[in-house]
Ligand binder design. Sequence first.
Ligand code: NI
Length: 394
Amino acid sequence: MPDYLSLANQLAPTLIAWRRDFHQHPELGFEEVRTAGIVAEHLRALGLEVVTGVGKTGVVGMIEGVGEGPVVLLRFDMDALPITEATGLPWASQRPGLMHACGHDGHTAIGMGVAQLLAQTRDQWPGVVKLLFQPAEEGLGGARATIRDGVLDSPAPDAAFALHLWNQLPLGQLVVQPGPLMAASDRFEIRILGRGGHGAIPEDTIDAVLVAAEAVNTLHHIISRNISPHATAVLSVGKLHAGDTFNVIAEQAEIEGTLRTFEPAVRERLIHRMEETLAGVTRAYGAHYTFEIKEDEYTPAVNNDPEMTDIAREAARTLLPEEQIIQITPIMVSEDMAEILNRVPGCYLLLGAEPEGGARGPHHNPRFDIHEDALPLAAALMSQIAVTYLLRGT
Ligand code: NI
């Protein structure tokens, strides 16, 4: 087994330079043209077989080791967010309104580092490593787009691993756990259809504002009254829009929100009860409604395969002290690596990357930042996991 930690530490200044460059030039999902271009150029320079345009802007690179062996997929996401950066850091975003506020700039740099470490040690392991630089993780369906474009075919991976830098955990702490880690996510859209009219003559109207307020209140009772306290679910309304002026009763209201669940049965129950609640509330007021779950924006829960989790843990133990390898309560944010883990056994990890002096902002916040010392550690870790898997698989 090559000493990936030393190799990665030698590469640290390069990893940091890559990350800062990506950070200064953030690109939204499916628009990662510059980022993907840099990745593809780097992979080609390493002598890898490269496919671009996978899932629109994704890049796949293949590294063959020595001799027959399994295929392992390592996935890194590349997209930024529509957030205006407020860190004031020298390498802050140069594109107004766009920011790498989730650390995917770091993930891309880590992936480029892993490509380099594995290419340079390819005579020491068997099989194939398939590197996926995935576009559009932030709720835009990037994983599914790459799957549609065949990233899980020819060769089909036997295992898949990915990692997220996590600035809410101390530097170097690593979450490795079997089973559920991150929740399934749904987006819903509701429209309340009333009858508008004069604010002074309510008896001739069906007030969409009042019905929407009642609907939002009642929807919040579903979790507490219809879902077992032993199950985990979230229903959040993030958008409520109705009316244009003060003295007109609104004809329509729009409600949008998100659901987070782990078990398909809980999700079904929640959606079913939402439908019944909306039907009942609107009927009481004589209003109508439409209710839509955006199936194309659904992300399943992240479930780690027990055997692949063991391999990831075994690899982590060679790089980190035992007390740094932890388990957490599953988190309700979602991650579209779940699409891949639903099809290929694998493991998703969270690596602590809390900046020095503490995080000034969590993920998706304008003050978000990471500790760059996590970059070489992550590159070593992903390399070590891939090779641990490949050596075991022969
Ligand atoms: Ni993220």
